[in-house]
Design a protein. Structure first.
Length: 366
């Protein structure tokens, strides 16, 4: 992948344009009358002593754009540089810092969240980075409809931004994700995802790493995630797709009505560890799974796609890069809402067996 074309938005944020081979992107000046940004650390994180988790307080996000009409989409191209976050007549993939970030100000000298028990102040600046990644200039397309080359460009951008954010002071974990569908809570329908640089390991990451560390200690050095993958491959009951380098399956203890995990067939920590051939196979597998999602029902499946990435040292050494995709749709006409048991107790109750979900997803394979 070639280096991106770097430009600047009217309030000083940077924007990066990534082009497919043979396509030239020409940014124009962003002439919107945006106020200059203040010191980026305008949010805070607060420590929940009852759980040991950090909670981000970002009141500025109350003013973010909410369900604009298509002709006022802030992610569509802006040929004159006066109508959106993307000052150009066209683009393939673009990345820019979120105008309404939950976390910001990562960089030279920025601190990560304090580690260990808190004694004194129970809050800290909301240091980190929140980026938006637009998958295409086409407002009506979905990720599943991208060509392989275009989808591979998105994967390459995820990889490049992961490496760049991991190098920033103040960032402990990098999380690439996509929310698709109003049922999930999406407020901008243009095909896009986000990239978060957290100043702390997220609660789910911390929980999984704790499990993985304990497993390694009692299992003669084996890796928990590799063991889970080996079990799925051995049983073959919940496998929905495989190629030379990746395997996709419905997990044994799926929490969601539709849930698929995509694992590399060897232990890597994050996207930067993957070879070119592995990145190609990941792209093919990802498009395959999303294509099945779109064929399950007569309407597009709302989903969350979450890339679990880790550093290669400390407790994160036990982490195993993988993608988790999940949907709240439990039938053609019903949604699974996270109510009392799930939201209050983190005790998930699923309405569909993982084996039935795997069979359903296999029935729509091409």
């Amino acid at each position: 992948m070639d280096q991106p074309i770097l430009s600047t938005l009217a309030d000083g944020r940077d924007v990066r344009f990534y082009a497919l081979p043979g396509h030239t992107i020409r940014p124009v000046p962003d002439v919107r009358p945006l106020p200059k940004r203040a010191d980026g650390r305008r949010t805070e994180i607060r420590y929940d002593r009852a759980t040991g988790d950090w909670v981000t307080i970002a009141a500025l996000r109350q003013d973010r754009t909410y369900n604009p009409p298509a002709d006022r989409c802030p992610l569509c191209p802006s040929p004159r540089g006066d109508s959106s976050e993307v000052p150009a007549s066209d683009y393939d993939v673009v990345v820019f810092e979120n105008r309404f970030p939950s976390l910001s100000g990562a960089g030279a000298g920025a601190p990560t969240a304090p580690a260990g028990p808190m004694k004194g102040d129970l809050h800290a600046p909301g240091v980190g980075r929140c980026e938006v990644i637009c998958f295409s200039s086409d407002h009506s397309i979905s990720f599943a409809e991208l060509s392989h080359d275009h989808a591979r460009l998105v994967v390459d951008v995820w990889r490049q931004r992961t490496a760049a954010l991991l190098d920033l002071d103040g960032i402990e974990q990098v999380f690439c994700f996509e929310n698709r569908g109003e049922e999930i809570g999406v407020t901008l329908s243009h095909p896009h995802g986000q990239i978060y640089g957290y100043p702390f390991p997220t609660p789910r990451t911390a929980a999984m790493l704790g499990q993985a560390e304990a497993f390694t200690a009692r299992a003669a050095g084996r890796n928990l995630f590799a063991d889970l993958l080996a079990r799925e491959i051995g049983e073959q009951v919940r496998i929905i797709a495989s190629n030379e380098h990746f395997t996709a399956f419905v997990p044994f203890a799926a929490r969601w009505p539709v849930e698929v995990h995509i694992y590399p067939n060897r232990h890597v920590h994050n996207l930067t560890d993957l070879s070119e051939r592995e990145l190609d196979d990941l792209t093919s597998m990802y498009l395959d799974v999303l294509g099945r999602f779109d064929r399950l029902y007569s309407t597009p499946l709302p989903y969350i796609s979450a890339l679990h990435q880790y550093r290669a040292h400390g407790i994160q050494e036990h982490g195993y890069f993988h993608i988790e995709l999940m949907s709240i749709r439990r039938s053609a006409s019903k949604l699974k809402y996270l109510a009392g048991s799930e939201s209050a107790m983190d005790a998930y109750i699923t309405d569909v067996t993982p084996e039935a979900t795997a069979e359903f997803l296999n029935s729509v394979a091409t």
